[in-house]
Design a protein around this ligand. Structure first.
Ligand SMILES: C[S@@+](CC[C@H](N)C(=O)[O-])C[C@H]1O[C@@H](n2cnc3c(N)ncnc32)[C@H](O)[C@@H]1O
Length: 533
């Protein structure tokens, strides 16, 4: 058997125990974290180590009443000799339901490997500031517990970030962006069944459009021009939107509203559901239970209650979570976190797995091949581990017992999907990102720097066929190229734009690179990039 298959099986088996019967057992998180690290999932390993640490810290808490999550394990989780030895010790403190509390001895035996796994995993992800901070804290703590006993671990922990100024170390790291082998929620996006389902949804949102499989040029990270030329011809089969009939210039061909939205404005004047502008006081509708939440209409109010609001209603701690961002550079990342929060609220309200939400299940995630070593999914201790735990707590959920739905691999998959599809609106106040949303049908349209539609986004998002005068002008030095006709013919692909098409080719490629996964290879870019004849 392929050794990695065996590791996957072991991970799946431990996850099953965590999800269904033993969620407060730090041994399971440590064991699973080590397996995750062996498979190169250092991000998941860091999250597991942090869970084990949180539970172990409760064991030595001086005031037991302050312990939020009591670390305990099923008496049957140890095997062989260890189990027999332990069973004799456990007799006295057998809790209800066959659980035993984690003992001080277990704490002493596990605290150092947990710290080491946490610090090494964060380092591997590139989250060097947190690795350094945990490393220093851990070394100090282990020294107090016993210099000799923990000498090797202290050595490893202290080597980390030695001589560095923590303030200059990066907090933001990266994770692998793959479909996890245990993810059973991802559909076959190209299957006829999927296309039929999406086309059924399009009937109301964009009746003149159809989703089809399409071959796109495979774009790669930061490749040099020569590499791009070499790889020309390599394709990626994905989905795209197509015209079912001739479409007229100026015609609105898609109208979609979505509740998978987020804003970082603290006391905003936007509808809580669709993030469209609020009408006057007489028309706006407040939630009866928590007066602070305002909707633009009764429809949005009712929709919100059924889709996401029930899980967050009245939980005041959620109001400022992720919104009080000090560094403007972090704003976009925090918006993705807020979008994640909305998806969690939707899953909790509808009692379903977040990856099965209709807004999420079929959208593009830009995943790499499983055996790729590339790491390009932004990952940080704050936004991928700590804040999601706080979010669940503020919603009144135990982040350990709800892991079957909100495990780190699930959150990473959500982040990957959101980063591949979400659109954003900038603040008119400071120009920073302020609102973002996923529109699951709108986001099926691919990009071109000579798009045939333009989009507008208020309460709903629309596609309108570009008129002649709205078409892009191709420029190369002093040379200009004739614009193509505005009519969008039956069977033509509907092409959106992921960047400002008024920019020069270099800037456009730079802007769109994140959303495209590489440098744009559309015909306009290729023409404008070539030296003028
Ligand atoms: C928002 S999705 C567009 C829909 C997507 N093709 C699907 O299957 O759902 C964005 C992704 O589509 C692909 N894409 C869009 N426009 C492209 C283009 N002009 N060339 C190559 N890939 C493109 C990229 O992989 C990008 O990450």
């Amino acid at each position: 058997m392929d050794p990695s298959t065996d590791l996957v099986q072991q991970i799946t088996s431990i996850s099953q125990s965590i999800y269904t019967s033993d969620p407060h057992n730090p041994h399971l998180y440590l064991a699973r974290g080590k397996l995750h690290a062996q498979l190169g999932f250092h991000d998941l390993a860091a999250a597991d180590a942090y869970r084990a640490l949180t539970l172990l810290e409760g064991v030595v808490e001086e005031e037991p009443d302050c312990v939020e999550y009591v670390a305990r394990r099923r008496a049957s989780t140890l095997t062989g000799e260890k189990k027999e030895e332990k069973e004799e010790d456990d007799d006295d403190d057998d809790d209800d339901g066959g659980f035993v509390r984690i003992s001080r001895d277990e704490y002493d035996a596990n605290i150092a490997p947990v710290y080491v796994l946490l610090v090494q995993s964060l380092t591997q992800c590139g989250c060097l500031r947190d690795a350094f901070e945990f490393g220093s804290r851990a070394a100090r703590h282990l020294r107090l517990l016993g210099d000799q006993q923990y000498a090797d671990s202290i050595d490893i922990l202290e080597k980390n970030g030695l001589g560095q100024n923590p303030n200059t170390l990066p907090a933001q790291g990266y994770a692998r962006r793959v479909l996890y082998p245990w993810n059973t929620h991802e559909p076959d996006r190209k299957a006829q069944e999927t296309l039929s389902l999406l086309n059924k949804r399009l009937e109301t949102v964009a009746p003149a459009c159809e989703v089809r499989a399409v071959s796109l040029p495979a774009l790669h990270g930061e490749k040099l021009q020569e590499d791009e030329e070499k790889e020309e011809g390599e394709v990626s089969v994905q989905l795209g939107l197509f015209a079912k009939r001739d479409l007229q210039p100026g015609e609105i061909i898609l109208r979609e509203s979505s509740l998978l939205t987020a804003t970082n404005r603290l006391h905003d004047d936007l509808c809580d559901a669709c993030n469209g502008p609020l009408p006057g006081l007489s028309e706006a509708v407040a939630c009866q239970e928590c007066d602070d939440t305002i909707f633009c209409s009764q429809t949005c109010h009712d929709h919100a209650q059924a889709v996401y609001h029930a899980a967050v209603c009245g939980h005041e701690g959620l109001e400022s979570l992720g919104k009080d961002v000090a560094d403007p550079q972090d704003k976009a990342d925090y918006l993705y976190f807020l979008l994640l929060g909305r998806a969690v609220a939707m899953a909790a309200t509808q009692d379903c797995h977040p990856l099965d939400l209709p807004e999420v299940k079929y959208i593009w995630g830009d995943f790499h091949e499983y055996d790729s070593t590339e790491k390009d999914l932004p990952f940080s201790f704050q936004l991928s581990i700590l804040q999601p735990m706080r979010l669940l707590e503020e919603m009144g959920l135990d982040p350990f017992t709800t892991l079957a739905r909100y495990d780190t691999w699930v959150l990473n998959t959500l982040y990957a999907k959101f980063r591949g599809t979400a659109s954003g609106r900038l603040s008119t106040w400071d120009g920073g990102p302020e609102v973002c949303a996923v529109h699951p049908l709108w986001c099926l349209a691919n990009h071109s720097c000579d798009p045939n539609v333009r989009w507008e986004w208020g309460g709903e998002i629309t596609f309108m066929v570009r008129r002649e005068e709205e078409k892009a002008v191709w420029k190369r030095g002093d040379e200009k190229k004739e614009v193509s006709a505005a009519l969008l013919r039956k069977d033509e692909e509907i092409l959106n734009h992921y960047c400002d098409i008024g920019l020069g080719v270099r800037q456009r490629r730079e802007w769109a690179q994140g959303a495209l996964g590489g440098l744009c290879q559309c015909t306009r870019c290729k023409w404008e990039e070539k030296p003028s004849s």
